[in-house]
Write a protein that binds this ligand. Structure first.
Ligand code: MG
Length: 244
């Protein structure tokens, strides 16, 4: 009885000590990735076998979280986050993909840190590559543009300027789970940001968590998701090539 009480006390204590309660516990500021000025990396057309997710006009590939017509705006060939209407997801479910997506940050003076032009690409709706305005904007390094959010900072800071299009080319390998739901192979990602490798076959520790640590839970193919984080980030030229 005494032994059991002691074990229970220890268990409660350790849970209290190790429980993650603040987002700051998984944010760090050093070392700073080196600033790299990109060369010419622009694309104008998608490859012939790509699935076009946004061509400047048509958003029929997307839906809101509850499966309705997305409330984001299409203007001048750009898809704009309509803050407060929620993240949008593809109707199609994906596994491994090559993704191309371009974004432009809004409102340079209006916000700072994580609130300046924040959005994100969520592979399989669970794993975020950060979208942020990095033009003269300080934040924790594992929350910079090009980071696997709260897991790995970018290898370089390749953001150019507010008002310019930022280009992501990303190779996503989804995690593999056994029939019992056990993780057999973690997810892996390679990210080029404005033509610069910022994630090089990074092995993910699990899902993106704002508070606490990443973890894996079995899943299959899932939609690609774009985040509404309260600012009107613009997107263009969104396409994927399926790799499995
Ligand atoms: Mg984000």
């Amino acid at each position: 009885m005494k032994k059991n009480t002691l074990l229970l006390t220890l268990l409660i204590l350790s849970t209290t000590v190790f429980a993650q309660t603040k987002p700051q516990e998984t944010e760090y500021y050093n070392p700073q990735p080196a600033k790299v000025i990109p060369g010419d990396y622009s694309y104008t057309t998608a490859p012939s076998d790509a699935i076009i997710l946004f061509d400047g006009k048509d958003i029929s590939a997307w839906e809101s979280q509850d499966g309705k017509e997305p409330q984001w705006n299409v203007k001048n060939g750009e898809l704009l986050v309509q803050p407060g209407t929620g993240s949008i997801k593809t109707k199609q479910y994906f596994g491994d993909v090559q993704l191309h997506i371009e974004y432009k940050s809004p409102d340079p003076e209006k916000y700072s840190g994580q609130n300046r032009g924040n959005s994100g690409v969520f592979f399989q709706s669970k794993y975020e590559i950060q979208i942020l305005d990095m033009d003269n904007n300080k934040t924790y390094v594992n929350g910079m543009a090009g980071s696997v959010y709260k897991q790995n900072p970018p290898l370089a800071d390749a953001y150019t300027k507010n008002g310019e299009w930022q280009v992501y080319d990303i190779i996503w390998k989804s995690p593999v789970f056994g029939t019992n739901g056990k993780l057999e192979k973690p997810a892996m990602i390679t990210v080029l940001f404005n033509g610069i490798v910022v994630q090089n076959n990074f092995i993910l520790e699990g899902t993106t968590e704002y508070i606490g640590f990443p973890k894996y839970e079995a899943h299959g193919r899932l939609p690609l998701m774009l985040q509404d984080h309260g600012t009107s980030v613009a997107f263009r030229n969104i396409w994927v090539r399926e790799l499995n």
